[in-house]
Design a protein around this ligand. Structure first.
Ligand code: AMP
Ligand code: MG
Length: 347
């Protein structure tokens, strides 16, 4: 059982100087004291705790209801601290850090064992990144400790892209939340294993495979991402995250196919929702409550996905039909999250 707390909310607008801000100083102090503090990053809100403090990290697992075998990503404010935490930084990892940090790329490296055991779930490796968000950077710099931070949602819920989402899920279960507005990317970081001779993408995310390959050449993609695979390399990928209570079916093959499926469901008396692009909504002439955006604006659609997934449970649908988008660039991450939320794909 998670302890109950008052959850303090610090609202800090971007316009204020962050490095000396009393609220961020307090939040940083709380992290150092072993408390749990949620904070914005450019991907989603994270739930942070001191990565060297086992009891503090335990509070993350309890607040989220997260399985203990799912390791946490460690967030740092400065690149030069990384060598204190890992045995080795291979040359391709250096290049990636220089190119994409701060940014939505988590790099898996061989751990030196500095972090609490529950951070790495008993693995010999650890995932590290520097987030690209002014509040996160200020918080991490002021705390000057490595901060373990998974997404700040209850396990099984979509990751939070606003402090309201964090409060909806974790109010009373965590010590505080630093509010820095909506997050930008809207899906989690890309995870890449750099302990292998040829790096391997374990989770698609904010940095695309194309961008990575443009800097270090060809990389592998975890087999579990290519087809159903029983042995995911990235421990978290075996869990079905993000699923709303209302079933989502992804319908491939254009508006005609979607119409056909919808009509069959309606004949069975089902109230059908549509999570689609603006263009598809127009073609179908449907209600506009779950629109992701213009089809050409993949980044924007991706940034809205989790908010729309959260909305589904508040609307009165029996079932939601979702559009299938092209798996190019950020579309790979978008479709990965959508497929993990869906219970069925109709070709
Ligand atoms: P979250 O912070 O909720 O986005 O989840 C972090 C994810 O990063 C985990 O679910 C894992 O899939 C992945 N991850 C973290 N650390 C490692 C590691 N040492 N090796 C492989 N994957 C990791
Ligand atoms: Mg998560």
């Amino acid at each position: 059982m998670a302890e109950r707390h008052e959850t303090k909310q610090w609202s800090v607008p971007n316009s204020e100087p962050l490095m000396n801000h009393p609220s961020i100083k307090e939040a940083a102090e709380w992290l150092k004291q072993g408390k749990t503090v949620a904070f914005p990053t450019e991907t989603v809100y994270g739930l942070g705790a001191d990565a060297t403090n086992e009891a503090a990290v335990q509070k993350i697992f309890e607040a989220k209801g997260r399985p203990a075998d799912n390791p946490l990503i460690v967030h740092v404010g400065k690149v030069d601290t990384v060598k204190e935490y890992v045995k080795e930084i291979p040359s391709h990892a250096w290049i990636l850090m220089n190119e994409f940090w701060p940014g939505p790329l988590t790099i898996i490296l061989p751990s030196k064992g500095v972090f609490a055991d529950n951070v790495t779930a008993g693995l010999e490796t650890v995932g590290i990144r520097i987030p690209d968000h002014p509040h996160a950077i200020a918080l991490l710099t002021l705390a000057a400790i490595p901060v373990a931070a998974p997404s700040a949602n209850r396990s099984g819920k979509p990751s939070p892209t606003s402090s309201e989402h964090v409060m909806d899920d974790l109010k009373g279960r965590i010590h505080g939340v630093l509010d820095g507005g909506q997050t930008g990317v809207g899906v989690e970081s890309t995870v890449i294993d750099c302990t292998l001779d040829r790096p391997m993408i374990l989770r698609p995310g904010g940095v695309t495979k194309e961008e990575i390959e443009a800097t270090i050449g060809p990389v592998d993609v975890a087999p579990s991402l290519l087809k159903d695979d029983d042995a995911p390399r990235s421990p978290g990928m075996k869990y079905k995250h993000y699923a709303p209570d209302v079933p989502i079916w992804i319908v491939e093959g254009g508006a005609e196919n979607m119409n056909k499926v919808a009509n069959e469901l309606k004949q069975q008396g089902k109230h059908v929702g549509f999570m689609v692009s603006q263009e598809r909504a127009q073609q179908l002439g449907v209600e506009k409550d779950l629109i992701l955006g213009e089809r050409s604006q993949l980044n924007e659609m991706t940034s809205r996905l989790y908010d729309q997934l959260r909305k589904i449970d508040q609307l009165n649908y029996d079932i939601v039909l979702a559009e299938s988008f092209s798996k190019i660039g950020i579309g790979v991450a978008l479709m990965n999250r959508l497929e993990r939320a869906a219970s069925k794909i109709i070709e």
